[in-house]
Design a binder for this molecule. Structure first.
Ligand code: NAD
Ligand code: TDX
Length: 352
């Protein structure tokens, strides 16, 4: 039985990952450690209570004693570090928590795992593995005609969020280079799918369509993101955890670049045709651009295709419809997350 510590498992990707792993019905137990910030939501894991292969502990990864206790109590052999402050706009307003969780939290996990897993100089218990869930944003921004990011592209982060993620990656690299610590890094492009908090672009559009609210587009809407369905990301991370080469980096993506305006129009058209014909492109409103807004992300995933035999299963055209349908079916979930703190955040962010 493998004991996998998932940090940040009550967030968007972490909760999808936990469901993915438990549904695979393998010999694994998942220990979910989450601080439950505004982005963490136990509703994302509804139905798993009482599952003997699932344990939840409300813990901040910056709390050394608590992390050590959990690692020992549950005999953890694998760590997948999803826990992070993840929203670029919030990092622009105040980077403090991004430095704490994304950098210090990562170092604490590395340090405790190194101490517990060490069996001799530069030797670790068999089967131990740490996966750092990083992002394509650490590479910076591409021009229209530039080649996609490979694992060798130099790091050039622009936002406080991406700078904190790049710093964490450097720490993971240092633990491998210095101590041969058994770690891998994954760098994925933008995810979409069920349970994504509606501060992020795709669920924000869906929510605003449902409420007939204006949809804020930063700048002229020509910025490009490379979208991947969340379950495909989960599968890739699991492959890296099981078969990735220690010390290596794996880019994850599915060659699916779209401009922001293409995304908005796609969602509006679906909502117009299937939900309410008064939802239309008049909802689109251009607002002040994000500071330091990266122009384009594009991932070259050839390495994980070739070495770990991973390819994404969900085409964007299908994934986006599945995602919209999920939000339509789960409007109670949506109502719960957009009440309270979210509303205050939204009104502060968007004066429209
Ligand atoms: P999210 O914001 O939805 O979830 C983050 C989770 O981490 C929340 O449950 C939160 O409560 C928890 N958390 C925050 N601080 C913590 C702390 N100090 N201790 C314990 N738990 C804490 O984020 P997400 O979109 O699911 O992203 C997960 C990871 O994947 C992040 O590391 C992010 O950088 C990375 N990533 C995200 C995307 C994307 O498109 N969303 C793409 C590539 C990489
Ligand atoms: O209201 C909006 N209007 C708008 O035009 C919002 C919220 C976003 N945008 C634009 C900004 C980006 O070009 O949409 C694009 C996507 O924005 P986000 O959903 O905020 O994602 P992004 O900044 O690209 O970062 C995401 O992908 C990489 C995740 O939030 C990160 O956690 C991940 O590392």
């Amino acid at each position: 039985m493998k004991n996998i510590l998932v940090t940040g498992g009550a967030g968007f990707i972490g909760s999808n990952f936990i469901r993915y792993i438990l549904n695979k019905n393998e010999e694994v137990r998942v220990i979910n450690v989450d601080k439950l910030t505004y982005a963490g939501n136990l509703e994302n894991l509804k139905g798993l209570e009482g599952n003997p292969r699932y344990i939840f502990e409300k813990i901040d990864i910056c709390n050394k004693q608590a992390v050590k206790r959990v690692m020992e109590d549950y005999n953890v052999d694998t760590i997948i570090n999803f826990a992070a402050e993840s929203h670029v706009d919030r990092s622009i307003v105040d980077p403090t928590e991004f430095i704490n969780t994304n950098i210090k939290g990562t170092q604490i996990l590395l340090d405790i795992a190194k101490k517990i897993w060490t069996i001799g100089e530069d030797k670790y218990k068999e089967g131990t593995r740490y996966v750092q869930v990083s992002t394509d944003e650490v590479y910076g921004s591409l021009e229209q005609d530039e080649k996609c990011f490979t694992e060798k592209t130099p790091l050039n982060p622009h936002s406080p969020y991406s700078a904190s993620k790049a710093s964490a990656d450097m720490l993971v690299k240092a633990y491998y280079d210095t101590y041969k610590f058994p770690a891998c890094i994954t760098r994925c492009s933008n995810n979409y799918g069920p349970y994504q908090f509606p501060e992020k672009f795709i669920p924000l559009i869906i929510n605003n369509c449902l409420k007939h609210k204006l949809i804020p587009i930063y700048g002229d809407g020509s910025n490009i993101r490379d979208w991947l369905y969340v379950e495909d990301h989960c599968e890739a991370i699991y492959k890296v955890a099981l078969k990735g080469k220690i010390g290596d980096i794996y880019n994850i993506g599915g060659h699916n670049e779209r401009t922001n305006i293409q995304i908005v129009k796609k969602i509006i058209n679906y909502m117009h045709d299937n939900v309410d014909d008064s939802i239309n492109e008049k909802l689109i409103t251009y607002v002040k651009d994000r500071k330091g807004h990266d122009k384009r992300y594009g991932i070259n995933p050839e390495k994980i295709f070739k070495e770990l035999n991973w390819i994404p299963k969900t085409q964007f055209e299908d994934g986006i419809v599945q995602t919209i349908k999920w939000y339509l079916k789960n409007q109670e979930w949506l109502e719960n997350v957009v009440s309270g703190e979210y509303e205050k955040y939204y009104n502060r962010m968007y004066k429209i």
